[in-house]
Design a protein around this ligand. Structure first.
Ligand code: HEC
Ligand code: HEC
Ligand code: HEC
Ligand code: HEC
Ligand code: HEC
Ligand code: HEC
Ligand code: HEC
Ligand code: HEC
Length: 331
């Protein structure tokens, strides 16, 4: 078993796209995941290193000024280190270093581009960067010695998170303030397919076909509206919602006003609401949404991000300005 495992590692090192030139005394390492010069579409990334030579006590990754570290325990499985880091939109230059007790350091670099469908300036990875997908057989084979890589029927609804075959590597999916119910139940397979063709865990497209499996009430409600909002109409729910969880209510990626401004930056001032009344414009942020007091006030206080009965997708129709303003302002 042990021997087989070592073979596996050597094999991985040779096929790794990336190799370190370490100092004479430091153990060197190679990167099993991700592939260098690739792009991903989510900020959570795992760096998996295979250490050669032994004696490494700590691994450090510097990602855009933030340091992520992991101590390497002595003995046992100490030749593989798995470290979760967080990316920012655009090009991430990652400096990796490993240290041994005598202080010798071995370093390496990775360039990973985080593409964002929301941010116009972060949609185009540098030339030559490929989309990185982890769950293909060639990558997974290096993990099987220590991680369970095949799902069974029992994994549809695990009793506790730790029972899920996804938990150990993806536990950060469940660490947000607002958690999507099927995710906190670790029912990953309510949305991800187990095996299809070349890679595992793909999701149906367009996305709304997944969402409406459970959100059929919303589907009915919106279908009956006259006007559908651009991105919702094409079924791109995850342009705005993280299907796993978020630190913002309603599982949106950021404050709803910032979300809207990614695509409607000309409305930043709020002037369009009360042009002619005040030079300052209407606030587009506030502590409380008068219509939904548990939410912050934002563009979504006035507009429905999904569908509406008028071109402007207003939550309350505006036949008459003073009545409209009075839905929130008592005169
Ligand atoms: C030698 C055993 C071993 C191998 C091989 C191994 N891992 Fe791990 N991995 C672990 C252990 C043990 C943990 C849990 C403790 C920890 O976080 O270090 C872990 C944790 C992780 C985590 C969570 C890290 C975090 O901080 O959130 C990820 C991601 C991960 N492994 C990915 C991989 C991938 C991908 C592979 C294959 C390329 C792989 N591992 C191969 C032992 C291994
Ligand atoms: C051995 C660790 C490991 C296990 C176990 C694991 N994943 Fe992953 N997964 C990764 C890594 C590494 C990535 C690449 C992105 C990253 O670095 O986090 C990834 C990426 C993904 C992606 C994005 C597409 C892709 O192929 O890159 C999906 C979807 C996914 N995992 C779903 C799952 C589900 C569902 C399970 C449980 C059935 C699971 N994973 C189990 C390590 C793991
Ligand atoms: C409600 C549906 C849904 C559930 C439940 C769900 N996912 Fe996803 N997941 C998606 C969709 C949709 C995407 C693709 C998002 C995109 O293209 O931006 C995705 C993408 C991913 C990715 C790759 C991009 C990323 O966000 O990191 C990983 C990894 C992942 N899912 C892991 C998991 C794990 C692990 C679970 C179980 C705890 C899970 N998912 C449960 C819908 C879901
Ligand atoms: C397996 C069933 C299931 C699927 C599939 C599903 N959801 Fe959910 N979703 C739920 C449940 C259950 C809740 C919690 C409902 C509640 O608390 O009223 C929820 C809540 C939400 C909420 C928060 C509602 C609120 O008022 O805070 C949003 C947003 C959401 N889902 C979006 C999505 C999107 C986008 C998709 C598709 C990517 C999706 N859901 C797919 C079951 C699902
Ligand atoms: C343009 C961004 C955007 C898109 C695209 C989008 N949503 Fe939303 N969604 C939001 C915002 C913002 C809220 C919170 C609204 C509020 O606070 O009044 C929300 C709320 C929700 C809720 C909570 C209940 C409700 O109606 O307020 C659900 C469920 C939901 N969205 C599902 C979806 C599904 C399914 C799709 C795809 C068909 C989708 N969303 C597309 C921005 C979006
Ligand atoms: C991913 C880009 C995107 C995001 C994010 C987005 N929108 Fe839109 N929005 C569009 C597109 C595309 C249209 C279709 C009309 C167009 O081409 O301008 C549209 C149309 C609208 C319209 C109708 C305008 C008209 O005259 O037809 C309103 C109102 C609107 N959006 C409000 C919002 C609000 C409020 C938010 C935040 C909750 C938001 N949008 C977030 C892309 C986006
Ligand atoms: C959906 C609710 C809503 C509607 C409709 C609405 N407002 Fe407001 N308005 C607010 C909130 C919330 C604030 C305060 C924001 C904060 O500071 O928390 C506000 C603040 C204002 C302010 C104070 C600006 C300042 O800088 O102190 C003015 C003026 C105003 N609204 C005018 C209007 C007019 C005119 C209309 C009708 C065209 C209108 N509002 C419609 C919610 C609304
Ligand atoms: C206080 C309520 C209110 C707030 C807050 C508000 N809007 Fe509006 N918005 C309106 C009204 C009312 C109209 C219709 C204006 C008209 O028909 O003359 C409108 C029209 C629009 C339109 C379509 C017409 C056009 O001028 O292109 C878009 C797009 C839009 N708003 C986006 C936004 C965005 C993005 C935000 C947040 C930055 C926002 N709105 C904040 C009330 C509001």
């Amino acid at each position: 078993m042990k021997l087989l495992f070592m073979n596996n590692l050597i094999f991985c090192t040779v096929t790794s796209l990336f190799f370190m030139a370490g100092s004479l005394h430091a153990a060197t390492f190679s990167v099993l995941s991700p592939a260098n010069n690739s792009f991903v579409e989510h900020e959570q990334l795992s760096i998996v290193l295979s250490l050669q030579g032994g004696g490494t006590t700590a691994v450090k990754a510097l990602v855009n000024g933030t340091t992520f570290t992991k101590a390497v325990p002595e003995g046992g499985h100490n030749n593989i280190v798995c470290l979760g880091v967080t990316l920012v939109n655009g090009l991430n230059k990652i400096d990796i270093s490993t240290t041994n007790p005598s202080g010798a350091v071995s370093t390496g670099k990775l360039s990973i581009y985080l593409r964002s469908r929301l941010s116009k300036q972060h949609q185009q990875p540098p030339p030559g960067f490929q989309r990185y997908y982890f769950h293909v057989p060639a990558n997974e084979s290096a993990c099987t010695p220590c991680h369970r890589m095949e799902a069974t029927l029992n994994d549809m609804h695990p009793v506790k998170p730790e029972d899920s075959p996804c938990y150990q590597c993806h536990k950060r999916k469940d660490n947000r303030t607002y958690k999507h119910k099927p995710v906190s139940a670790w029912a990953c397979f309510s949305c991800h397919e187990v095996v299809t063709g070349k890679r595992k865990y793909t999701t149906m497209k367009p996305e709304q076909s997944i969402c409406f499996l459970c959100h059929s009430n919303q589907q009915k409600l919106w279908k009956n509206k006259k006007v559908h909002h651009g991105p919702t109409a094409v079924g791109n729910c995850s342009v705005c919602h993280d299907p796993h969880g978020s630190n913002w209510p309603s599982l949106v990626y950021m404050h709803p006003t910032d979300l809207c401004l990614n695509c409607h930056n000309d409305k930043k001032s709020g002037l369009h609401v009360i042009a002619g009344f005040f030079a300052k414009g209407h606030p587009v942020r506030g502590d409380k949404n008068p219509l939904k007091p548990d939410r912050p006030f934002s563009c979504a206080g006035c507009h429905n991000p999904h569908a509406g009965d008028s071109q402007s997708l207003l939550n309350k129709e505006r036949d008459n300005n003073s009545v409209y303003c009075q839905t929130c302002h008592k005169l």
